[in-house]
Design a protein around this ligand. Structure first.
Ligand code: LLP
Length: 463
């Protein structure tokens, strides 16, 4: 079970004795570099800076709440993944984690490909100039209109997710006079060690076609029989926020077994396998993510070994990291509004955002860290729960954490590792205005997704 996605108990179990929390061992002023973007540090006055800019200036210029994304960290992570997998593999950034036109341009400049899973993501990718052949199109229920757009644009691959979709994509490709490159998404029957809602390779869920009962082999049979489809490989994505490589190894082994069966039955060696995304990141000091290099080596070793024993040519590997690239690169900056000490329990610290900018705590019981960032403090640590301003008691941003006891309204606090699945899952609940994403690099900050305005809300409301 992932410690971040689905904790077994209070995160500070180590500091909890007989129902009482005692002070954390770590100095609250020290930023754990594991959970913060690479250029984050404290300046001489104790204020947090990112890309060389202090948060007070950022708050003044862009307001709060806001996501600040360390562009050089994002680019460095792209390069680390591309270098780790090398020229014989492809890295597809999973756009669902966070996508904008600037991100698409960075991906192109750093040599990555892009996985999209909706018409909206496809439009963003194409609009920002991503070459269609570098796009993979995913989804368990792509609409006919989406498939048509993807085929017309000439996407490099469509990942087929059901028997109906095999026929649907074949039909659309034929009517466009195209031979569409496709992969088949299989479910390998692995129980990924993560939260139930983000595990995707066990059999009782909606994605993919099961290897069990020969379903996937049948999907291969049907796909190979259709002239308008070019089957280039098999795809498996086992889940998200996973630290343990064992699930990926089982997945790789089972996918290679299927390739061997396909070779035996059809005399065809499929040239590619895609092992999906899902690599975990550090949300708290207790998480220990692996480096891309280790991941690449583990995956390519297992694929090479399995292929040797099945006497198959080693296929080209692709992977689809989303969170592992963008997650650690951003933090959310909030202003403290009210502070409510509940005697004998904890102190509730309310910020100017909440579940509308980070639904992950409410949805997956996810864990986050938090720090006072507008200044340092020598005050005693106090146990807090950071909550939002929504009309919902489950509106929790950080469930259990320590902040200095002299915390006051107006202080800025920041939650790190919010680059993935926060802005992309943000909502307008209570007519909240979704916060901007500001890219910071080398002393310059620029808005890449602007803050929503009340006019935006009213523009949609046409009644
Ligand atoms: N490839 C496929 C086919 C996927 O479905 C996903 C994520 C990825 C790649 C990227 O996974 P990553 O490397 O980012 O873990 N909203 C959830 C995560 C849902 C992930 C859905 N699919 C969360 O906030 O944890």
């Amino acid at each position: 079970m992932s410690r971040s996605a689905h904790p077994a108990g209070p995160r500070h179990a180590d500091v909890m004795t007989e129902g009482h929390y005692s002070a954390p061992a770590a100095d609250l002023n020290v930023l754990d570099e594991k959970v913060w973007a690479r250029t984050v540090t404290r300046d001489g006055d104790g204020a947090l800076t990112v890309g060389g800019i202090a948060v007070a200036r950022l708050a003044e210029e862009f307001g709060t709440p806001a996501y600040f994304l360390d562009e050089s960290d994002f680019r460095a992570r792209c390069r680390a993944w591309a270098d780790a997998f090398g020229p014989d593999a492809d890295v597809f950034y999973a756009g669902k984690a966070f996508l904008s036109r600037a991100v698409v341009r960075w991906l192109q400049e750093e040599g990555l490909n892009l996985d999209v899973c909706s018409g909206g993501e496809l439009t963003t990718a194409l609009d920002a100039g991503m070459p269609a052949e570098r796009i993979a199109f995913h989804g368990n229920n792509k609409t006919v209109a989406e498939i048509e757009r993807a085929v017309e644009a000439g996407v490099g691959r469509i990942v087929l997710d059901s028997f109906q979709e095999i026929v649907r994509v074949a039909h659309i490709a034929r009517s466009h006079g195209v031979r569409q490159r496709v992969q088949i998404r299989v479910t390998v029957g692995v129980e990924a060690h993560t939260h139930e809602f983000i595990a995707t390779a066990h059999e009782d869920q909606k994605f993919g076609i099961a290897l069990a009962d020969g379903q996937a082999a049948e999907a291969v049979r049907r796909t190979l029989a259709l002239d308008s489809l070019e089957l280039i490989g098999i795809h498996s994505h086992i889940g998200s926020q996973i630290f343990d490589m064992a699930g990926f190894e089982v997945s790789a082994r089972r996918v290679v077994q299927l390739l061997a069966e396909v070779r035996d039955e059809h005399g065809v060696e499929l040239p590619e396998i895609d092992l999906g995304g899902g690599l975990g990141i550090a949300y708290t000091s207790e998480d220990d993510p692996r480096e891309p290099h280790d991941i690449a080596k583990a995956l390519s070793d297992i694929v090479t070994r399995e292929c040797e024993s099945a006497k198959l040519r080693t296929p080209r590997i692709s992977v689809e990291p989303g969170r592992a690239i963008v997650g650690p690169t951003a933090f959310t900056l909030y202003e403290v509004g009210t502070i409510k000490p509940l005697e004998g329990l904890r102190t509730y610290v309310s910020v100017d955002g909440g579940m509308s900018d980070n639904i992950r705590t409410a949805l997956y019981d996810a864990e986050y860290s938090v720090a006072l960032v507008s200044r340092t403090s020598e005050a005693e640590p106090m146990l807090v729960r950071v909550v939002g301003k929504h009309c919902e008691s489950g509106d929790i941003v950080v469930k259990d954490a320590f902040l200095p006891a002299d915390l006051a309204p107006g202080d800025l606090i920041a939650v790190p590792a919010t680059g993935a699945y926060c802005r992309s899952m943000a909502s307008n609940y209570n007519h909240a205005l979704r916060p901007p994403v500001v890219a910071v690099r080398d002393g310059e900050a620029r808005v890449i997704v602007r803050r929503e305005t009340e006019e935006d809300l009213l523009r949609l409301d046409v009644g």
